[in-house]
Ligand binder design. Structure first.
Ligand code: ADP
Ligand code: ADP
Length: 236
């Protein structure tokens, strides 16, 4: 059943007297355990959707629910709890995902520390999750000592550290070449299938959109009626 429900979701940005309707009544249902791609032209509202779902950005109107959390009516304190426990975020820019002077393992330990995980459990959890994503060998490496693909896989490990229900990724392969993109996609697939996270990926990358079960197109702040069909399904 649905883990993410957006119903007539509106987000208006106001800059002086100028209003931008970034989301103009967007409807979206994502089932628990799904992995979807969100595509659309630049400025169509993809990043705004992820910002709302991550709890960074408050919606203006409509309904948006993730699990038991109603993002429309959430106190500041709940917002913090929501962001720590329910969602993990992966940015396009590798430099935005990882603290540059901490090793891969220390980067994964950071959110565990914030979440109050006892010190003796943190290291084991960090090593375990890095191993699952195929970057165990990078545990002691600084970001600059890793390839772009390794950095993104470590970023997925950081996002998964506190076992969130949802992973949100904004162009996670946008700075990578094709073969490295595949490695990062495979890591997201692992997060979905083996770790059990529901995964929403904003992407322009056909490597990503070509391999997920469902692609949702956004146009002018709305889910396009031309929602792309799941692969292999016919139009009936
Ligand atoms: P996309 O990710 O699809 O490129 P965005 O969600 O970034 O689209 O942007 C949707 C629209 O909202 C664009 O017109 C953009 O300029 C505008 N927008 C996004 N964020 C802000 C903001 N913080 N302030 C003002 N306008 C914004
Ligand atoms: P992306 O390339 O991921 O779509 P954007 O370049 O659209 O990202 O936006 C990057 C950041 O700038 C986002 O946090 C977005 O909210 C903000 N932003 C986008 N457009 C505007 C705008 N017109 N005014 C202010 N902030 C904006």
């Amino acid at each position: 059943d649905a883990l993410i429900v957006c119903d007539n979701l509106v987000r208006i940005y106001q800059t002086g007297t100028i209003e931008v309707q970034a989301l103009q009544g967007l409807d979206l249902l994502v089932d628990a355990g799904e992995m979807i791609a969100v595509v659309g032209a630049s400025g169509s509202g993809k990043s705004t959707l992820l910002a709302v779902l991550s709890g960074i950005d408050a919606p203006t109107a409509g309904r948006v629910r993730v699990g038991r959390w109603d993002l429309m009516a959430m106190s500041a304190a709940d917002r913090v709890r929501y962001r720590r426990s329910m969602v993990g975020f992966v940015w396009q820019q590798t430099s935005r995902n990882l603290v540059p002077y901490l090793t891969a393992e220390q980067n994964v330990i950071l959110p565990l520390t914030f979440a109050g995980v006892p010190r003796r459990h943190r290291r084991r959890r960090a090593v375990e999750i890095l191993d699952v994503l195929g970057v165990g060998r990078c545990a002691g490496h600084l970001p600059r000592e890793m390839s772009g693909g390794e950095q993104q896989r470590v970023a997925i490990a950081v996002a998964l550290a506190n076992s969130p229900r949802v992973i949100l990724a904004d162009e996670p392969t946008g700075e990578l070449d094709v073969s490295t993109s595949q490695e990062v996609f495979d890591a997201l697939r692992t997060a979905n299938r083996d770790v059990g996270a529901t995964v929403v990926i904003v992407t322009h990358d056909p490597t990503v959109s070509g391999q997920v079960e469902r692609t949702v197109a956004i146009r002018d702040g709305r889910t396009s009626s031309e929602v792309l069909r799941a692969r292999g399904e016919d139009d009936g």
